[in-house]
Design a protein around this ligand. Structure first.
Ligand code: GSH
Length: 194
């Protein structure tokens, strides 16, 4: 098999690629970067020390967006519109912020909500969620393709980890999450079963 996907069962970035790769054969190789030995194996193929990594005939490709672009071109999948590219950037930015925050807290860092750094992050989160809610209400995520998959996996990871609460989400985003959560491939990749 030419493709090996390195990643964990809880990473939302890995999950979105697993969902996008429905119909593309690949092998999932689980990596727990919190385990020093596995982290060393990961670092040997990816100096960014991050998952996902796609091994293509053994050659590593990093960054979910770059991996998506490669798969989209190679498998003649639908190209994204400019609005969809922006939506994926918005999802990625919020997802990164939420993951960094989650890791800071998990490793004992104290978050001072009155600090301008965190205030700016909170404002960014509010603006991105409002933007994504508007795009959802205008139909940008109607097709189950990379933008919708990235949005779903970000929302679902955030609800799972408690990084976002249902009350942070607009009715459109809640409805979007509700609409997709029972799909078989979504259930099969649920981080709660990891
Ligand atoms: N920009 C990267 C982000 C990937 C990422 O943050 N992955 C997390 C797991 S969800 C990770 O590997 N974190 C390990 C670390 O930051 O040390 C992408 O899109 O692939």
């Amino acid at each position: 098999m030419p493709y090996q996907l390195l990643g964990s069962l809880t990473s939302p970035y890995v999950r979105r690629l697993r969902l996008y790769m429905t119909g593309i054969p690949y092998e999932l190789n689980q990596v727990n970067y919190l385990d020093p030995e596995q982290d060393a194996t990961l670092s040997a193929v990816n100096p960014l020390k991050r998952i996902p990594v796609l091994l293509i005939d053994g050659q590593p490709l990093w960054e979910s967006r770059v991996i998506f672009n490669f798969l989209q071109r190679t498998h003649q999948r639908r190209a994204l519109s400019l609005s969809e590219e922006n939506a994926v950037s918005a999802v990625d930015t919020l997802q990164d912020q939420l993951i960094q925050h989650f890791l800071h807290v998990r490793f004992g860092h104290t978050v001072d909500a009155a600090n301008p750094y965190y205030m700016r992050g909170a404002e960014r989160q509010k603006l991105i969620l409002a933007y994504l809610g508007k795009q959802a209400s205008e139909g940008l995520f109607t097709t189950w393709d990379y933008p919708a998959i990235a949005l779903y996996t970000m929302l679902d990871w955030s609800l799972f980890r408690g990084s976002l609460k249902a009350e942070d989400l607009s009715p459109e985003l809640l409805e979007f999450h509700h609409r997709h959560r029972a799909a078989p491939e979504v259930v099969a990749t649920d981080p709660r079963s990891a």
